[in-house]
Design a protein around this ligand. Structure first.
Ligand code: ATP
Ligand code: MG
Length: 422
């Protein structure tokens, strides 16, 4: 049997409904904060990511789906959205002397080891704010996160961690000190960290290896390298979070995998999904626009991992109502198919939100009612000779033992509207 590719999942109808609920909730909240949607290509030039995400990162080193197209150009399935978003805004001249607040949704691709909450095709909702340098924008992004979790009822499972990386100069000085400290201890580091020592030493701070962690205990600390402006930015940020009642912990080990972050970095993390703890990650990346060919532009953003958020939603809310339809129209005589289809159209127009399915393929009433039951419909409408002659289909409640009634279309609409489904 043909199978989907490892790490690339089908989201089947029952699950897709939960996805829609989660994604729609995020969209609604982003729109309410006047973030504008942007749609971006899934394929970009490979160079965008080597430049934008950074050569030494896990993503560029070992996670990209890159290929050469028929023209010989190097192209890559996007592993994240920020680089493409910046590319698009620079390309269309939308950043120069302007501020922008935008969001996008869709699949990202990374060649990783698949496990619960970690896939090779996964989905993000990303939001980015450009042209605004102050910590108030960092806070705005965190407020959006808080509203997401509250609206989805998962706020008790998610907490905010943050850190500051300072300016590129801060990072460079810290990086040099860290390498100087770690180099003589190289042999005590795990293999990944040894490799990172040459390419992306800050990422070593993320290591979970006990030996490496022991070495790190006495390593230089990034906060000691922060300049006065960076300290002020961070103090203003935490001050506003306190004012707004957003709880957070400062995690000095939080450095994020991407090269482009400056100043604020943050993650919303959960303990409910095992090792895949981050449901949303973001920060400030003041250097990226320039690095991708634009004028220097301050910027900050985040990406929510939808796959993980959907898992959290499921953990809290359990199974959703699995019904595929609310009303099932049974057609008792083959000649009445046209009447049934017209009836369904009137009901769909009069009952927004109701899902109305018309039986197709004929067969006995008993079998049609079995289909109605299988799709979870609450009501059946019977269309037979008498019903067509009177223009009054019979409405039957499939879940409660109520008398069935022949009603004109308006009567059916009124009865269903008064009568339920959510
Ligand atoms: P992780 O440390 O879990 O690998 P990351 O730092 O690589 O995450 P980001 O690039 O910051 O992740 O992406 C933002 C969010 O996207 C993550 O917090 C996570 O929720 C989600 N995410 C990242 N990679 C995956 C994946 N392979 N499968 C599912 N979700 C993912
Ligand atoms: Mg990762």
């Amino acid at each position: 049997m043909l199978q989907s590719i490892r790490g690339m999942r089908d989201i089947l109808p029952g699950d897709a409904r939960r996805w829609r609920i989660v994604e729609d909730t995020l969209r609604r909240i982003l729109e309410s904060a006047a973030y504008e949607e942007l749609q971006l290509p899934l394929l970009e030039s490979t160079e965008l990511f080597t430049r934008g995400v950074g050569e030494g990162t896990d993503i560029v080193e070992k996670e990209m789906y890159s290929l050469t197209d028929r023209d010989g150009d190097g192209i890559t399935l996007r592993p994240e959205g920020t680089a493409g978003c910046v590319r698009a805004l620079v390309q269309h001249g939308l950043l120069f002397n302007q501020t922008q607040r935008v969001y996008y949704t869709g699949p990202m691709f990374r060649y990783e080891r698949p496990q619960k909450g970690r896939y090779r095709q996964f989905y993000q909702v990303g939001a980015e704010a450009f042209g605004l340098a102050g910590p108030d924008v960092d806070v705005e992004l965190m407020l959006l996160g808080r509203r997401f979790w509250q609206a989805l009822g998962v706020e008790h499972l998610v907490r905010l961690e943050l850190n500051t990386l300072g300016t590129p100069a801060t990072r460079a000085a810290f990086r040099a000190a860290l390498v100087a400290y770690l180099e003589p201890l190289r042999e005590r580091l795990d293999e990944d960290s040894r490799r990172r020592l040459d390419r992306n030493p800050l990422r070593i701070l993320d290591s979970k290896d006990p030996g490496t962690r022991a070495v790190l205990a006495r390593a230089p600390q990034l906060p000691d390298f922060l300049d006065a402006d960076s300290r002020r930015h961070f103090a203003n940020l935490t001050g506003m979070l306190d004012e707004l009642g957003i709880a957070y912990t400062v995690n000095p080990a939080l450095v994020r995998g991407l090269d482009y972050y400056t100043q604020t970095v943050f993650e919303w993390v959960t303990d409910a999904l095992g090792a895949q703890g981050a449901v949303c990650a973001g920060g400030r990346y003041d250097g990226l626009v320039e690095r991708l060919g634009g004028k220097p532009t301050p910027a900050a953003g985040f990406a929510v991992g939808l796959d993980r958020l959907v898992l959290l939603h499921e953990a809290v809310h359990g199974a959703l109502d699995g019904a595929a339809a609310d009303v099932y129209v049974c057609v008792l005589e083959p000649g009445h198919q046209g009447y049934a289809l017209r009836l369904a159209e009137k009901l769909r127009a009069g009952l927004p939100g109701f899902r109305i399915r018309v039986h197709a393929g004929g067969g006995k009433l008993k079998n049609q009612l079995k289909r109605a039951d299988q799709c979870g419909a609450r009501h059946a409408l019977l269309v037979g000779d008498a019903e067509v002659a009177d223009d009054a289909p019979v409405l039957k409640d499939l879940r409660a033992d109520l008398p069935q009634r022949a009603l004109a279309v308006d009567g059916i609409i009124a009865a269903l509207r008064a009568g339920v489904p959510d």
